[in-house]
Design a protein around this ligand. Structure first.
Ligand code: CP3
Length: 341
């Protein structure tokens, strides 16, 4: 039954009557209902308690009505399962006190069976699927190895991730051994998420845009490819290498179900560079501060430009906490009422 959903049809390249829509970070702080749970439970309690993760995942489905749910969780559960402490500092973001610097640090990481530490994620998927009862498909996700590597080496968010990048360039073999370990754990983890019921997988490479085209092919692409190869026969895969439009042709040639785009590329150019896949994106989330009329007008225009087939309407990156709920509704409404001219 869920196989008939608009979102999955668009990912498979089948004809649709309108494009499906969802928003990155659709579960989160812009929703008063989320803030209420945030006041009661800390971040890790929210993601580790299947009942809470399920409730937060379904909140946007009930309130703003996208065509897919994305499990409330975080990409940094992977370093945690590998034995690295991850803290979430209020108002600042993730903090990993022990960073990866030496061969010994990397040798000490847990790889084998690490995915079994994340049972709470699989339980949350099973419960969410049960509660969704086929209303919309459920997206599972992971960080791309390069993005996880950035946090494990840098220890915190950064505009440049210069410590992480310098490890790539100064000690490429060491960097690749860490990227490879992250990839192994991520594959085992995603296979278990799929087994638990995830209908599609998005891989977030939030920081790949910090790499040059050449370095992307060396430090990100091979690991994305390994993940894609391991799961592509099971569910549709969306690759979102933010800021790496320069690699669209190579990504297209991997033939994933879809590629996510940020707002720095025009729909026309993206179609030219990636003609064989479904495209997802790419509304600038800051545009959700415009008036309702302007949001609807520009969203409709974005769909015109992408064309409504092989397209998933979304933002070019995650929602910000201060975006008004009504603006999110306007975005979704514009997609749902879209009619081809
Ligand atoms: O999209 C969704 O609605 C699903 C949930 C989701 C979260 N994180 C919840 C979350 C997803 C898909 C992620 C992925 C994630 N996490 C990424 C990749 C996507 C991207 O934005 O590029 C990254 C880089 C992370 C790491 C991370 N987790 C950061 C940098 C932060 C702090 C940033 C911030 O906005 O405060 C988090 C915390 C986090 N993950 C929050 C949420 C809702 C905020 C926690 C809170 O204060 O409530």
């Amino acid at each position: 039954m869920s196989k008939e959903h608009l979102f999955l049809r668009a990912l498979r390249g089948e004809q649709v009557e309108r494009p499906p829509v969802w928003l990155m970070r659709q579960a989160g702080r812009y929703l008063p209902e989320y803030m209420e749970l945030k006041r009661k439970y800390d971040f890790f309690t929210r993601i580790r308690t299947p009942e809470l993760a399920t409730e937060i995942t379904i909140q946007p489905i009930d309130i703003v009505g996208p065509d897919a749910a994305i499990l409330f969780s975080d990409i940094l559960v992977i370093p945690e399962a590998m034995g690295v402490e991850v803290q979430m500092i209020a108002g600042k973001g993730p903090y990993l006190p022990k960073t990866m610097q030496t061969k010994e640090d990397i040798d000490n990481l847990r790889v084998k069976d690490a995915e079994f530490d994340l049972q709470y994620v699989y339980d949350a998927i099973r419960l969410t699927k049960q509660e969704l009862a086929g209303r919309v498909p459920l997206i599972g996700f992971a960080g791309a190895p390069f993005t996880i590597f950035c946090y494990m080496v840098e220890g915190e968010g950064s505009k440049t991730f210069s410590k992480a990048k310098s490890l790539c360039f100064a000690e490429p073999a060491l960097a690749k051994s860490l990227l490879s370990k992250i990839t192994d754990v991520t594959i085992a983890y995603l296979l278990k998420k799929i087994e638990a019921g995830a209908d599609a997988i998005q891989v977030f490479d939030s920081w790949s845009g910090l790499l040059s085209p050449h370095d992307f092919m060396e430090f990100s692409f091979p690991y994305l490819q390994r993940i894609h190869d391991a799961i592509r026969s099971k569910v549709p895969v969306i690759l979102f290498p933010k800021g790496s439009d320069y690699a669209l042709k190579e990504l297209n040639d991997l033939n994933p179900a879809a590629i996510g785009l940020d707002w720095t590329i025009s729909p026309k150019k993206a179609r030219q560079l990636a003609p064989d896949v479904t495209l997802q994106g790419n509304f600038d989330p800051s545009k959700l501060y415009m008036s309702r009329e302007e949001i609807m007008r520009q969203t409709t225009d974005m769909i015109h430009q992408f064309g409504m087939q092989r397209y998933v309407a979304n933002l070019g990156h995650g929602m910000m906490p201060t975006i008004p709920v009504d603006s999110v509704k306007a975005f979704i409404e514009a997609v749902k009422s879209y009619e081809e001219l």
